[in-house]
Design a protein around this ligand. Structure first.
Ligand code: ADP
Length: 519
């Protein structure tokens, strides 16, 4: 056995998950009986961001939770990350695993742990020691050496499946988004020594680089092909992940279907359709980290509450109104939105319809940053309707929690949404999501109709088309329900009773690993 644990796994709460095995080994020619418990699979997550160290979107939330949930069910998951300043600062007591020189120059691989999960850090200051956003400078210009920065990430991912760390070898390399897409390509180039999974958190970001860089990242010309990593004459790191992995997942079942259609596929619908038909593309819904995002223990809010003990929510609402200098009106529904400001998120639709919230006597608070014209658009709203609308431009973790806890409705009118997290937070906090029927939003929110209310499945408000009129109707729908406070409370209870813990997703990924390992 190369995987025998001589300690009693019950000590670590693993008993149910492990197979007890017995056998014998030869010691100096004498047979010795051994017994132990089979250690679960070794999975390496490869990604560019992770909560609590560095985050630009939902990807980081997943990395900050899923590996820990996998550990809980007995999977030996480790994470590989670039050593950005914030990540290095967050992981203490690392030791050097190895040092090497390759196409990216001199690199040190470090290892440390965070909350019991092993973390490999790629220490290459000339590539990663940059403050702020991991992908671009303060003027939003992508770093010119991104092709090399993220080739190195994929390369190390693949090497950790073939002995770069002599003590631990990944059986499955699980790469996330384009930043890690080349891991599967390097594995392919090494003769597929391990299995690979690629998870699409957002297909809109692709990592496209000029063909000439191929010679600088250690991959052969033969792989630059439509049946390979070429896309429209460039190298696509995203396509590499899709094409060379054993299995591809998207972060919700509906998004996994949508991306096979031209509107969502960015020219990759042929490949994605083939994958889907071959059973190699599925959707696994993200969860929510219950220690950070649950109203009963949220570390950022003053007043905790839970299902059937909801009083704290009103106090958070008062705190929220106070924070934004909005009138203290318990009876006015507060709509909140926490978002990156991009076209994707339908912020322009909200700008076109926010007057409906004002007209009906509601309040609206928006927290976000991103595209300048959208920042200006929402700031103008706040100037025009100071009694009803307030805006904060920027990224503010603590405030985002207060908004989710204190709001009555959370708006997610996205044009597309791979999974979406804020509507899940909304459900858990009894802040009814108002969403467009796309991607993970369609999978997680049930529109409040007379039927769904009767069946007790209603959890929010859903509209179909990415058009201002449809959003306006949905806002009116929310106001109509707000008039019936007893029904509102019922729908809120349904929402809060949903289970979005990471346990479900962790178990589904485990099934997926086992299925490809058994192939
Ligand atoms: P995406 O990954 O497309 O940005 P998600 O809904 O999957 O969208 O995840 C967004 C995450 O980022 C959520 O955790 C949300 O609360 C957070 N977030 C987005 N914008 C802000 C902001 N301005 N301040 C604080 N948190 C934000």
């Amino acid at each position: 056995y190369d995987a025998v644990l001589a300690a009693d796994p019950a000590d670590r709460g693993w008993k149910d998950r492990r197979d007890h095995v017995t056998g014998s080994i030869s010691v100096n020619g004498n047979a010795r009986k051994v017994e132990g418990w089979v250690i679960m699979k070794k999975i390496l997550f490869v990604a560019s961001e992770a909560v609590p160290f560095i985050k630009t979107g939902g990807l980081a939330d997943v990395l900050g939770a899923l590996p820990f949930a996998q550990k809980e069910i007995g999977i030996d998951t480790r994470i590989l990350l670039p050593a950005y300043p914030k990540i290095s600062a967050g992981i203490e007591n690392t030791h050097v695993v190895t040092e090497f020189n390759n196409f990216a120059g001199h690199v040190v691989l470090r290892y440390g742990e965070y909350n019991g999960v092993g973390i490999y850090l790629i220490d290459a200051p000339h590539l990663y020691w940059r403050e702020g956003n991991p992908y671009h400078d303060t003027d939003y210009n992508d770093y010119a050496d991104n092709y090399k920065r993220f080739a190195l990430l994929g390369w190390v991912g693949a090497e950790l499946a073939t002995g770069l760390d002599s003590w631990w070898r990944a059986e499955v390399v699980h790469a996330h988004d384009w930043h890690a897409g080349l891991a599967a390509a390097y594995l392919f180039n090494k003769g597929r020594p391990a299995k690979s999974v690629f998870t699409i958190h957002n297909l809109a970001y692709q990592g496209q680089f000029a063909h000439r860089h191929l010679y600088e990242i250690g991959l052969p010309e033969g792989m630059f092909h439509v049946d390979g990593l070429e896309l429209f004459g460039q190298i696509s790191y995203l396509k590499a992940g899709l094409y060379y992995s054993d299995m591809v997942t998207a972060v919700s079942p509906t998004y996994a279907k949508e991306i096979t259609t031209p509107d969502f596929a960015y020219g990759l619908q042929g490949l994605l359709t083939d994958l889907r038909e071959a059973g190699k593309l599925t959707g696994i819904l993200n969860g929510v980290d219950q220690e950070i995002w649950h109203p009963s223990c949220d570390p950022y809010i003053q007043h905790h509450y839970k299902l059937k003990s909801i009083a704290g929510k009103k106090k958070n609402k008062a705190d929220l109104q106070a924070y934004f200098n909005l009138p203290q009106q318990p009876d006015a529904p507060v709509f909140v939105m926490v978002t990156r400001l991009t076209e994707q998120k339908g912020v322009d639709l909200l700008i076109a319809t926010a007057d409906e919230i004002v007209k009906q006597g509601g309040q609206l608070a928006i927290l976000g940053s991103g595209a300048k014209h959208l920042e200006e658009g929402i700031c103008q709203l706040a100037q025009r309707y100071p009694e009803n609308i307030a805006v904060k431009i920027g990224y503010d973790e603590a405030l985002s929690h207060l908004m989710v806890a204190g709001g009555d409705v959370i708006l997610v009118p996205s044009r597309f949404e791979p999974c979406g997290l804020t509507q899940l937070y909304g459900l858990q906090y009894g802040t009814l999501p108002l969403v467009r029927a796309t991607g993970g939003l369609a999978d997680t929110v049930t529109n409040s109709t007379s039927e769904t209310i009767k069946e007790r499945t209603a959890t929010g408000f859903v509209f179909q088309k990415a058009e201002a009129d449809d959003l306006r109707n949905a806002i009116q729908h929310a106001f109509a329900l707000w008039q019936k406070q007893r029904v509102w409370a019922m729908v809120r209870n349904n929402a809060m009773a949903q289970d979005f813990s990471w346990k479900n997703a962790a178990a589904q990924y485990e099934q997926l690993y086992l299925s490809i390992l058994n192939q």
